[in-house]
Design a protein around this ligand. Structure first.
Ligand SMILES: [Ca+2]
Ligand SMILES: [Ca+2]
Length: 193
């Protein structure tokens, strides 16, 4: 499907979306076509099932959680603008224009990328990754490669290393700090579109 003015004309608040996401109009057009290829019954909205057709997510051990991050609290359907805003977090940072002193945090900042990752762990949304929450994610990612005992050990050690205030959980601040030296850009790139 090509990209032209008539495609862009179908997008609500296009100028606002470009400003907010930092995507170019041609990139938005590409995402719009992708959105519609996922939208099997042409409802103009995507549900969780539509996302499961993305093969990279289907094979990702955290696929379901990544999909959930696209859906704001209690919602079962998202429109194109919401879809584009979530994807904008994964846009590489170096494309950012110079930051004005009082401008809001860019949607694709390192902090916002880390927030997305943090939410994959913090399932009860209390702002902390508990021992059990970390264990669940590690189990999904490591699967049968490790025993339960090894899993427990890895979990305990990871919490210990990241936990600075001694509450046996990882706050977002601690999460951010422990990943200070990590190349977030590469580690958090989820290339499914
Ligand atoms: Ca939690
Ligand atoms: Ca802590």
């Amino acid at each position: 499907m090509g990209c032209n003015a008539s495609t862009l004309a179908k997008i609500h608040n296009l100028d606002e979306l470009i400003l907010e996401t930092g995507f170019s109009s041609s990139h938005i057009c590409h995402l719009y076509n992708r959105f519609h290829s996922l939208d099997k019954d042409d409802k103009g909205l995507l549900n969780r099932g539509d996302f499961q057709n993305i093969s990279e997510l289907a094979v990702n051990p955290l696929g379901d959680r990544i999909i959930n991050n696209f859906f704001p609290d209690g919602m079962d359907l998202i429109d194109f603008n919401s879809f584009a805003r979530t994807l904008a977090r994964f846009r590489p940072m170096e494309e950012n224009p110079k930051k004005e002193p009082d401008s809001p945090e860019p949607i694709n900042s390192r902090t916002n990328k880390l927030k997305f990752a943090f939410q994959l762990y913090d399932q009860d949304k209390d702002g902390k990754i508990s021992n059990n929450e970390l264990l669940q994610v590690l189990r999904m990612m490591l699967g049968v490669q490790v025993t339960e005992e090894q899993l427990d050990n890895i979990t305990d050690r990871t919490i210990q290393e990241a936990d600075l205030d001694g509450d046996h959980a990882i706050s977002f601040k601690e999460f951010k700090k422990s990943l200070e030296k990590m190349d977030v850009e590469n580690a958090l790139s989820i290339r499914f579109l």
